[in-house]
Design a protein around this ligand. Sequence first.
Ligand SMILES: [Zn+2]
Length: 242
Amino acid sequence: MTALIIGFGIYKGVTWAFHTIASLLAPEVQKEEVVEVEPEKEKTYIATVVIDPGHGDWDPGANVGNVLEKDITLKTSKAIGQVLEDADIKAVFTRESDVSLSNNKIEDLKKRAAMSETYQANYFVSVHVNSYEESDEVSGFEIYKKNDESESLAQNIGKSIETLNYSKNRGILDGGKSLQVLRDNTVPSVLIELGYLNNKNDYSYLSDDEKLQKMGETIAKGIIEEVQTHLLDNSSQNNINQ
Ligand SMILES: [Zn+2]
């Protein structure tokens, strides 16, 4: 036992001496600061919205020259997403770059709509641009709703876009049967047509990136209004009733 203790003592002594000498000889080394890595806190969201930039990749949508619907919808959608995230609303994009979800149009739309269920979203908002080949006189934005449940979302977005005063509000239309992305959806859904690309007035707005940023922010405000007045109000009422 004693031998063991002495042995250990010698060992400790030698190690100490070694470390001391080593530290004397070693050039000054900046001690690495130990930063406590906090586990990344998962952000808590008050709602989830699927944002669907219409078209993509092989499917450019409406176009005038090299101004393409698929680019307009993506730029606008990204701006919507930024503002939603700042308001603690999770934005799930059906696409975040110039891609399609399938080479088959019907499959592509089906996959977009299915994301509402996959991500347990509260709302689905699809962004598009119109074009009316027979006349360049037609202008304005319009919002298609899936059903009555989608009415207040459509109204809130419509009221918000109206404040931009860039074109006329063509109103809220039923799209629950005619538009696949709404028909296949499982949550309150709208499809916004931002304007008519072949109309001079609408074109000048929709071909301007800064305007599209503003457009996205404005649509987001409408969605936030809907979440605050409809979704959160309803859920607090449900809590009271329980
Ligand atoms: Zn479209």
